[in-house]
Ligand binder design. Structure first.
Ligand code: ADP
Ligand code: MG
Length: 251
Protein backbone atom coordinates (compact mmCIF):
# COMPACT_ATOMS: atom_id res chain seq x y z
CA UNK A 1 0.00 0.00 0.00
CA UNK A 2 1.45 3.41 -0.93
CA UNK A 3 1.71 5.68 2.08
CA UNK A 4 3.06 8.66 0.17
CA UNK A 5 2.76 9.55 -3.49
CA UNK A 6 4.78 12.29 -5.19
CA UNK A 7 3.84 13.24 -8.68
CA UNK A 8 5.86 15.89 -10.49
CA UNK A 9 6.77 17.61 -7.22
CA UNK A 10 9.02 20.66 -7.58
CA UNK A 11 10.52 23.14 -5.15
CA UNK A 12 12.68 26.20 -5.79
CA UNK A 13 14.26 28.84 -3.61
CA UNK A 14 16.37 31.27 -5.60
CA UNK A 15 17.16 28.32 -7.87
CA UNK A 16 15.38 25.01 -8.52
CA UNK A 17 16.13 22.51 -5.74
CA UNK A 18 13.83 19.64 -6.59
CA UNK A 19 13.34 18.74 -10.24
CA UNK A 20 9.94 17.17 -10.86
CA UNK A 21 10.00 14.15 -8.53
CA UNK A 22 7.66 11.23 -9.04
CA UNK A 23 7.73 8.17 -6.80
CA UNK A 24 5.77 6.33 -4.14
CA UNK A 25 6.72 5.24 -0.67
CA UNK A 26 5.01 2.12 0.54
CA UNK A 27 3.84 1.38 4.07
CA UNK A 28 6.51 -0.28 6.23
CA UNK A 29 9.37 0.53 3.86
CA UNK A 30 12.72 1.63 5.29
CA UNK A 31 13.77 4.05 2.58
CA UNK A 32 17.27 5.51 2.41
CA UNK A 33 17.79 8.81 0.57
CA UNK A 34 21.26 9.32 -0.88
CA UNK A 35 22.72 12.18 -2.86
CA UNK A 36 25.43 14.84 -2.79
CA UNK A 37 25.37 17.65 -0.22
CA UNK A 38 23.02 20.43 -1.22
CA UNK A 39 20.99 18.33 -3.66
CA UNK A 40 17.75 18.82 -1.77
CA UNK A 41 17.34 15.86 0.62
CA UNK A 42 16.54 17.98 3.69
CA UNK A 43 14.23 20.11 1.58
CA UNK A 44 12.33 16.98 0.58
CA UNK A 45 11.99 15.94 4.24
CA UNK A 46 10.62 19.40 5.08
CA UNK A 47 7.98 18.99 2.35
CA UNK A 48 7.05 15.53 3.65
CA UNK A 49 6.79 16.78 7.22
CA UNK A 50 4.59 19.68 6.15
CA UNK A 51 6.97 22.37 7.44
CA UNK A 52 7.11 23.75 3.88
CA UNK A 53 4.87 23.39 0.87
CA UNK A 54 5.59 22.24 -2.66
CA UNK A 55 5.69 24.66 -5.62
CA UNK A 56 3.96 22.42 -8.14
CA UNK A 57 2.95 18.83 -8.72
CA UNK A 58 1.09 16.71 -6.26
CA UNK A 59 2.09 15.34 -2.87
CA UNK A 60 -0.40 12.86 -1.45
CA UNK A 61 -0.17 12.01 2.24
CA UNK A 62 -2.79 10.34 4.43
CA UNK A 63 -4.90 12.73 6.52
CA UNK A 64 -3.47 13.38 9.95
CA UNK A 65 -0.18 11.64 9.16
CA UNK A 66 1.91 14.13 11.24
CA UNK A 67 5.33 12.50 10.78
CA UNK A 68 8.04 12.91 13.41
CA UNK A 69 11.47 14.21 12.45
CA UNK A 70 14.89 13.45 13.95
CA UNK A 71 17.84 15.66 13.02
CA UNK A 72 21.60 15.26 13.23
CA UNK A 73 21.62 17.21 16.51
CA UNK A 74 19.34 15.78 19.21
CA UNK A 75 17.86 19.28 19.88
CA UNK A 76 16.96 18.53 23.49
CA UNK A 77 15.96 21.26 25.93
CA UNK A 78 18.86 21.40 28.41
CA UNK A 79 16.75 22.64 31.32
CA UNK A 80 14.31 19.75 31.12
CA UNK A 81 14.93 16.20 32.25
CA UNK A 82 15.01 13.31 29.79
CA UNK A 83 11.40 12.31 30.45
CA UNK A 84 10.24 15.95 30.26
CA UNK A 85 11.94 16.24 26.88
CA UNK A 86 10.16 13.13 25.63
CA UNK A 87 6.82 14.49 26.88
CA UNK A 88 7.25 17.68 24.86
CA UNK A 89 5.23 16.63 21.79
CA UNK A 90 2.17 16.18 23.99
CA UNK A 91 2.51 19.69 25.34
CA UNK A 92 2.97 21.17 21.88
CA UNK A 93 -0.08 19.52 20.39
CA UNK A 94 -3.66 18.83 21.27
CA UNK A 95 -2.77 15.15 21.60
CA UNK A 96 -2.28 15.58 25.31
CA UNK A 97 -4.47 13.23 27.24
CA UNK A 98 -3.39 14.67 30.54
CA UNK A 99 0.04 15.11 32.08
CA UNK A 100 0.08 11.76 33.87
CA UNK A 101 -0.84 9.80 30.74
CA UNK A 102 1.79 11.74 28.79
CA UNK A 103 4.42 10.93 31.39
CA UNK A 104 3.47 7.25 31.44
CA UNK A 105 3.75 7.07 27.66
CA UNK A 106 7.08 8.90 27.71
CA UNK A 107 8.47 6.45 30.29
CA UNK A 108 7.24 3.50 28.26
CA UNK A 109 8.95 4.89 25.15
CA UNK A 110 12.16 5.48 27.11
CA UNK A 111 12.03 1.86 28.19
CA UNK A 112 11.87 0.81 24.54
CA UNK A 113 15.07 2.74 23.73
CA UNK A 114 16.80 1.43 26.86
CA UNK A 115 16.80 4.70 28.79
CA UNK A 116 14.17 4.12 31.45
CA UNK A 117 16.78 4.44 34.21
CA UNK A 118 17.84 7.84 32.89
CA UNK A 119 14.38 9.43 32.85
CA UNK A 120 15.21 11.97 35.55
CA UNK A 121 18.67 12.86 34.29
CA UNK A 122 19.42 16.03 32.35
CA UNK A 123 20.66 15.87 28.74
CA UNK A 124 24.19 17.09 29.62
CA UNK A 125 24.62 14.03 31.85
CA UNK A 126 24.21 11.71 28.85
CA UNK A 127 26.58 10.71 26.04
CA UNK A 128 25.92 11.83 22.46
CA UNK A 129 24.51 8.40 21.58
CA UNK A 130 22.16 8.45 24.56
CA UNK A 131 20.99 11.97 23.70
CA UNK A 132 20.16 10.73 20.21
CA UNK A 133 18.14 7.89 21.73
CA UNK A 134 16.19 10.50 23.72
CA UNK A 135 15.53 12.36 20.46
CA UNK A 136 14.28 9.11 18.89
CA UNK A 137 12.07 8.42 21.92
CA UNK A 138 10.62 11.93 21.63
CA UNK A 139 9.91 11.25 17.95
CA UNK A 140 8.22 7.93 18.70
CA UNK A 141 6.19 8.93 21.75
CA UNK A 142 3.22 10.06 19.67
CA UNK A 143 3.25 6.72 17.80
CA UNK A 144 3.65 8.25 14.34
CA UNK A 145 3.16 6.16 11.22
CA UNK A 146 6.07 7.88 9.49
CA UNK A 147 9.49 8.69 10.91
CA UNK A 148 11.84 11.03 9.02
CA UNK A 149 15.52 11.00 10.00
CA UNK A 150 17.99 13.53 8.57
CA UNK A 151 21.55 12.19 9.00
CA UNK A 152 20.73 11.28 12.61
CA UNK A 153 23.90 9.33 13.42
CA UNK A 154 26.42 11.37 11.42
CA UNK A 155 27.88 13.10 14.48
CA UNK A 156 28.30 9.95 16.58
CA UNK A 157 31.34 7.75 17.06
CA UNK A 158 31.31 4.43 15.23
CA UNK A 159 30.41 2.23 18.21
CA UNK A 160 27.40 4.40 19.15
CA UNK A 161 26.39 4.58 15.51
CA UNK A 162 26.37 0.79 15.10
CA UNK A 163 24.40 0.37 18.33
CA UNK A 164 21.82 2.95 17.31
CA UNK A 165 21.46 1.44 13.85
CA UNK A 166 20.61 -1.87 15.47
CA UNK A 167 18.14 -0.27 17.88
CA UNK A 168 16.42 1.59 15.07
CA UNK A 169 16.08 -1.64 13.09
CA UNK A 170 14.61 -3.35 16.13
CA UNK A 171 12.09 -0.52 16.65
CA UNK A 172 11.16 -0.62 12.97
CA UNK A 173 10.61 -4.39 13.11
CA UNK A 174 8.48 -4.18 16.25
CA UNK A 175 6.17 -1.46 14.94
CA UNK A 176 4.18 -0.46 11.89
CA UNK A 177 6.64 2.35 11.17
CA UNK A 178 7.55 3.60 7.74
CA UNK A 179 11.00 5.20 7.83
CA UNK A 180 12.71 7.68 5.50
CA UNK A 181 16.35 8.08 6.41
CA UNK A 182 18.98 10.42 4.92
CA UNK A 183 22.62 9.39 5.18
CA UNK A 184 25.95 9.86 3.42
CA UNK A 185 27.25 6.54 4.68
CA UNK A 186 26.80 3.78 2.13
CA UNK A 187 27.41 1.03 4.67
CA UNK A 188 24.77 2.55 6.95
CA UNK A 189 22.47 2.70 3.93
CA UNK A 190 22.97 -0.98 3.12
CA UNK A 191 22.72 -2.04 6.77
CA UNK A 192 19.38 -0.30 7.34
CA UNK A 193 17.46 0.16 4.12
CA UNK A 194 14.93 -1.99 2.33
CA UNK A 195 15.14 0.45 -0.56
CA UNK A 196 17.63 3.06 -1.73
CA UNK A 197 16.74 6.20 -3.67
CA UNK A 198 19.73 8.05 -5.13
CA UNK A 199 19.40 11.69 -6.17
CA UNK A 200 21.43 13.70 -8.67
CA UNK A 201 23.12 16.97 -7.72
CA UNK A 202 20.68 19.89 -7.42
CA UNK A 203 18.06 20.10 -8.75
CA UNK A 204 17.46 16.63 -7.34
CA UNK A 205 16.03 14.02 -9.62
CA UNK A 206 15.99 10.28 -9.03
CA UNK A 207 18.99 8.59 -10.69
CA UNK A 208 18.62 5.29 -8.87
CA UNK A 209 15.84 3.53 -7.01
CA UNK A 210 16.40 -0.05 -6.00
CA UNK A 211 15.19 -2.49 -3.41
CA UNK A 212 17.82 -4.07 -1.21
CA UNK A 213 19.07 -7.42 -2.43
CA UNK A 214 20.03 -8.40 1.11
CA UNK A 215 17.46 -9.85 3.50
CA UNK A 216 17.45 -7.76 6.66
CA UNK A 217 18.59 -10.69 8.81
CA UNK A 218 21.60 -11.38 6.64
CA UNK A 219 23.33 -8.03 6.83
CA UNK A 220 26.83 -8.63 8.03
CA UNK A 221 29.06 -5.68 7.31
CA UNK A 222 32.10 -7.82 6.58
CA UNK A 223 30.31 -10.22 4.20
CA UNK A 224 31.18 -10.01 0.51
CA UNK A 225 27.48 -9.67 -0.42
CA UNK A 226 27.31 -6.63 1.83
CA UNK A 227 30.35 -5.07 0.20
CA UNK A 228 28.86 -5.76 -3.22
CA UNK A 229 25.72 -3.83 -2.25
CA UNK A 230 27.85 -0.91 -1.05
CA UNK A 231 29.75 -0.90 -4.35
CA UNK A 232 26.51 -1.05 -6.29
CA UNK A 233 25.26 2.09 -4.55
CA UNK A 234 28.60 3.78 -5.09
CA UNK A 235 28.40 3.07 -8.80
CA UNK A 236 24.84 4.39 -8.90
CA UNK A 237 25.89 7.61 -7.16
CA UNK A 238 28.70 8.17 -9.62
CA UNK A 239 26.65 7.30 -12.65
CA UNK A 240 25.65 10.94 -12.86
CA UNK A 241 28.86 12.89 -13.29
CA UNK A 242 28.61 16.53 -14.33
CA UNK A 243 29.56 16.92 -17.97
CA UNK A 244 33.08 18.31 -18.52
CA UNK A 245 32.96 22.01 -19.35
CA UNK A 246 34.46 23.42 -22.52
CA UNK A 247 37.60 24.62 -20.82
CA UNK A 248 38.31 21.06 -19.65
CA UNK A 249 38.01 19.65 -23.11
CA UNK A 250 39.93 20.06 -26.34
CA UNK A 251 39.03 23.34 -28.04
P1 ADP B 1 20.80 18.51 1.31
O1 ADP B 1 20.00 18.22 2.52
O2 ADP B 1 20.63 17.49 0.23
O3 ADP B 1 22.24 18.74 1.62
P2 ADP B 1 19.19 20.92 1.24
O4 ADP B 1 17.82 20.42 1.01
O5 ADP B 1 19.55 21.35 2.61
O6 ADP B 1 20.25 19.88 0.66
O7 ADP B 1 19.44 22.17 0.29
C1 ADP B 1 19.26 22.11 -1.11
C2 ADP B 1 19.57 23.46 -1.73
O8 ADP B 1 18.56 24.39 -1.35
C3 ADP B 1 20.89 24.05 -1.28
O9 ADP B 1 21.47 24.69 -2.38
C4 ADP B 1 20.49 25.06 -0.24
O10 ADP B 1 21.41 26.11 -0.19
C5 ADP B 1 19.14 25.51 -0.73
N1 ADP B 1 18.23 25.90 0.36
C6 ADP B 1 17.77 25.08 1.32
N2 ADP B 1 16.93 25.74 2.14
C7 ADP B 1 16.85 27.01 1.67
C8 ADP B 1 16.13 28.17 2.08
N3 ADP B 1 15.33 28.16 3.14
N4 ADP B 1 16.31 29.29 1.36
C9 ADP B 1 17.12 29.32 0.27
N5 ADP B 1 17.82 28.25 -0.17
C10 ADP B 1 17.70 27.11 0.53
MG1 MG C 1 20.61 18.01 4.51
Amino acid sequence: MPLIRLSGVTKSYDRPVLAPLTFEILEREFVILLGPSGCGKSTLLRLLSGIESIDSGELLLPDGLSPSVVFQEPRLLPWRTVVENVMLPFELSSLSSGRDAGRAQALETLRRVGLFDFADHYPHELSGGMQMRVAIARALVTKPKLLLLDEPFAALDEVSRFRLQEELLRLWRQTELTIIFVTHSLSEAVYLGTRHIVFSPRPARVIGDRGSALPIDERVRTASEFQREVEMLQTLQHSHQTQPTLKDGVQ
